[in-house]
Ligand binder design. Structure first.
Ligand code: ZN
Ligand code: ZN
Length: 364
């Protein structure tokens, strides 16, 4: 996916066409021409085809599954982004840091499938300002700035998805709660106290689960909370990779390798297996002592998902917002207005004071 690979000149005026979010077409912002996407022999099963994990790990750098990616790395957040080669200085869409275009190329596993943008820029901006508007503590100036401000960047973010079959043997303990009562003397009076105790018995067993499409964001440009906040993707909307979907957008190259990605995927699977074990143990409480998981039939997909990004500098502070380009879900750094916050703290203090006074009066 070299930058020039997804530029499509308008047949009418020669300007660059861009992919039209939500539509299966390219449009020209200059003359208004519309061109439908030529899918060629279109086989959607290709989009959901799994690739063998072990085979890919052994694959050589010359494999047909690899490609050269022309990317430049942001000196601040580390994102590796494709930039238009015609322009020599650009801003990182993640953190608004200027990035100098270099001509370095890296070998990458090719993306197999893409979720095309469904939300256009204006819909994404609307979702973002609705979200900011719903935060009472957001400074009004920032909300206004976000509504009218600069452009959002549409970026295709790289992800890995993993499938795996797991079989787990475990040992642990099942706890059954029971009540005991005893009579104690307190302040000269006899009282009955109830206590909950737990009777533990050793258990062992097996659980099995097939994991389907465990998703790991393969970009480290965004902090973890943003990655988690990107939420869920409807993977039934995956399309076979076509460079036309990237026209007018940027594509980010992965910075989390296939192996690192699988480790993160394994951690997600292990948490689910732990829940499965606790459920299997049953009783009132559970202790898990040993876990032995066999993983087989590991496959993966390398996919691109659509994200709208906004990075603002507002009163010397950076604010970042991420809008899921498929669902419109917004995640962001929650901005706090000092004035609104101070006002609220004072108001709460006054109310607490009044409540305390009334309580004292009632008791007196
Ligand atoms: Zn045109
Ligand atoms: Zn950056």
């Amino acid at each position: 996916m070299g930058a020039e690979d997804h530029r499509f000149p308008c047949h009418n005026c020669g300007s660059d066409l861009r992919f039209d979010p939500g539509g299966d077409q390219l449009i020209c912002d200059h003359c208004g021409s519309v061109e439908s996407i030529d899918h060629g022999p279109w086989d959607r099963t290709e989009a959901i085809e799994e690739q063998n994990f072990a085979v890919m790990l052994r694959a050589t750098q010359d494999s047909v599954e690899m490609e050269e990616a022309q990317t430049s790395q942001c000196p601040n957040c580390g994102a590796r982004i494709e930039f238009d080669t015609a322009v020599h200085a650009k801003e990182c869409p993640y953190c608004a840091t200027p990035v100098v275009i270099d001509t370095g190329a890296t070998r990458q596993i090719k993306p197999r499938a893409v979720i095309p943008f469904e939300l256009g820029q204006e819909e994404a901006r609307q979702a973002m300002s609705d979200w900011l508007g719903s935060l009472w503590f957001a400074p009004n100036g920032l909300t206004e700035y976000a509504r009218k401000g600069r452009k959002l960047s549409g970026v295709y973010t790289p992800c890995w998805t993993f499938d795996a079959d797991t079989k787990t043997r475990y040992t642990g303990q099942r706890g059954i709660e029971y009540q005991t009562t005893r009579t104690v003397s307190r302040n000269g009076k006899l009282e009955t106290q109830t206590q909950t105790k737990v009777r533990w018995t050793s258990v062992s067993g097996r659980v099995a689960r097939f994991f389907d499409d465990v998703l790991v964001v393969a970009s480290t440009a965004l902090p973890e909370k943003f990655r988690a906040g990107l939420g869920h993707w409807d993977l039934t909307r995956l399309e076979p990779y076509l460079p036309q979907y990237l026209a007018g957008f940027r594509a980010e190259a992965y910075t989390v390798s296939l192996e690192e990605g699988f480790e993160q995927g394994r951690a997600i699977m292990d948490r689910q297996i732990h829940r499965d074990i606790k459920f299997d143990i049953g009783g009132d409480r559970q202790r898990v002592q040993s876990v032995d998981t066999r993983v087989s039939d590991i496959t993966f997909k390398h996919i691109l998902v659509p994200v709208w990004l906004a990075a603002y500098k507002y009163r010397g502070k950076s604010f970042r917002f991420v809008v899921n380009g498929q669902t419109g879900q917004v995640t962001g750094e929650r901005p706090w207005s000092v004035w609104k916050l101070t006002f609220t703290i004072i108001a709460v203090a006054i109310l607490a004071g009044i409540a305390g006074y009334l309580a004292a009066v009632n008791q007196g």
